[in-house]
Design a protein around this ligand. Structure first.
Ligand SMILES: Cc1ncc(C[n+]2csc(CCOP(=O)(O)OP(=O)(O)O)c2C)c(N)n1
Ligand code: SF4
Length: 299
């Protein structure tokens, strides 16, 4: 999938450094939560790409899913609700030698954070964003989220949801994401391939994951998805065809596609920005002989 223009994964020379693995912190998720499959898939993807822990930063917002950075041995940043992407962008712009991965829930990314979601995609920042889409607010104990189904009864919608759900795949296609995929946490191997190819892709890679909340969403369960998902890769879908990607994005019902919907190549924000084009900011000279004098003016 990732072609010759894929981002070169930066691995320093010298003795091999440890690649990303589990951290000493054990996940606090409910037994059976879909997010276990997602953290396993990110770990598998990073191991497969051989990226050292010190070159990876995983950034999240707030939610059950947003606890993910704690559970891997990379650098992590647990930001505030809906703000994973601006923090991730800032890290990427300060040092675009790093592999930056945003993670979080559907509430975090498509509710309070939806503006950042759209703008990061239209900028084509070279990073990967993995959402654990359980179609509910898990951490706050089961309110409706922007992807909850019409009519779904939740704690906050006892008479059923009356707002149309957001379709993250269609929104990503409309916003200019250059790699748009959907996985299922019940198929970790397939998901880890989507994540690994997203990391290798040069540009903004979005992977929305059906990641069931086994405690608060009794509709969109593992069984619900197992009975419905089919793989785009085995159905003749051409991921370079934007119109075909739109058609697949609109499929929802007895058959729901997972896999790579769309991939294209476009200059990234880092390619186009004059300053970033000269290399990661951390390795550029500041042009200021004594930075402490400047800092003193502000502190
Ligand atoms: C500014 C702000 N508003 C609301 C909240 C409360 N809050 C915490 S997590 C959350 C939603 C969690 O849902 P989601 O992002 O889908 O993640 P999940 O817990 O389902 O993984 C909300 C509304 C907050 N922490 N900060
Ligand atoms: S409440 Fe739901 S999303 Fe949160 S840990 Fe439990 S199963 Fe997972």
């Amino acid at each position: 999938m990732a072609g010759s223009s894929a981002t070169p994964v930066q691995v320093p020379s010298g003795p091999p450094l440890p690649v990303v693995g589990k951290s000493d912190t054990r996940p606090t998720w409910c037994p059976g939560c879909g997010d276990f499959g997602v953290v396993a898939s990110i770990e598998m993807a990073l191991k497969r790409l051989g990226i050292p822990s010190q070159n990876v930063v995983i950034v999240s917002g707030i939610g059950c899913s947003s606890n993910l950075p704690h559970f891997l041995s990379s650098y992590g940043f647990h930001a505030i609700h809906g703000r994973a992407l601006p923090v991730a962008e800032g890290i990427r712009w300060a040092n675009h030698g790093l592999t930056v991965i945003g993670t979080g829930g559907d509430g975090d990314g498509f509710g309070i954070g939806v503006g950042h979601f759209v703008h990061t995609m239209r900028r084509n920042v070279d990073m990967t964003y993995v959402t654990m889409d359980n179609q509910i607010y898990g951490l706050t104990t089961g309110q409706a989220s922007p992807t909850s189904t019409l009519g779904q009864k939740t704690k906050s919608t006892p008479a059923g949801v009356i707002e149309n759900p957001i379709d993250p795949i269609a929104l990503a296609l409309a916003s200019g994401a250059t790699y748009v995929a959907r996985g299922f946490s019940g198929d970790v191997k397939h998901l880890s391939e989507l994540v690994a190819n997203g990391i290798r892709h040069k540009g903004f890679a979005f992977v929305d994951v059906f990641s069931p909340c086994v405690t608060y969403n009794k509709i969109n369960t593992f069984d619900f998805f197992r009975q419905r998902v089919y793989k785009l890769e085995s159905s003749g879908h051409d991921p370079t065809d934007l119109v075909a990607a739109w058609q697949r994005a609109l499929e929802w019902g007895e058959k729901i596609p997972i896999g790579l919907f769309y991939r294209t190549e476009k200059p990234t924000y880092e390619d186009l920005d004059e300053v970033l084009r000269a290399g990661p900011l951390v390795s550029q000279p500041t042009g200021i002989a004594d930075l402490s004098k400047v800092l003193d003016e502000f502190v």
